[in-house]
Write a protein that binds this ligand. Sequence first.
Ligand code: G4P
Ligand code: NA
Ligand code: NA
Length: 194
Amino acid sequence: MKRLQEKMEQEGRVLSAHVLKVDSFLNHQIDPQLMKEIGEAFAELFQKAGITKIVTLESSGIAPSVMTGLVLGVPVLFARKRQSLTMTDDLLTADVYSFTKETTNRIAVSNTFLTKEDTVLIIDDFLANGQAALGLIDIVQQAGSAIAGIGIVIEKSFQNGRTLLEEKGMRVESLARIDSLQDGHIQFKEEVAK
Ligand code: G4P
Ligand code: NA
Ligand code: NA
């Protein structure tokens, strides 16, 4: 997605050879117009997949997911990282290991919002080592819902997340793919015409 790549080049800050800071439009401050275009892009990619629900992870997955849900006309369910006071239903949970933080965190959704009749699109802001996406896949599969694919805003193609997801037979669609962050520069994997 050309607009996204331009925004990453203009406002992204390469913090190291493996971390890109995008706090001005995705991870802290949010650019609603760009999110809207991201939602339209995901909706177009998955428009024929019969999506009934979007599943994401708080907090940075929510904005692109809501915009996609708006276009597709389906609800957005976000997994929580912390136990909620009001989430008293039976929970579906998965343990997600973070390589950067070297900790394991439990993520959870209420089992009332996913059924065997659902076809789910999983969305997240970043794909790095794929552990968050794998946790979301686990939760959706516990509910017996079908998974149409994974929509990622920014994929770091030099990390192994995509490989792990494809090994599970998942369709992975990323709007921007970073080949390398060497020398403070974003090298994209391929120039997308759009
Ligand atoms: P890891 O696989 O590399 O260990 O990363 P991990 O899943 O633990 O991700 C930790 C957090 O960092 C996640 O956000 C993830 O989206 C984000 N992240 C991973 N790589 C990058 C990167 O290059 N740039 C940015 N900006 N974020 C990255 P989170 O903790 O779930 O936070 P949030 O969803 O509340 O924003
Ligand atoms: Na994040
Ligand atoms: Na995230």
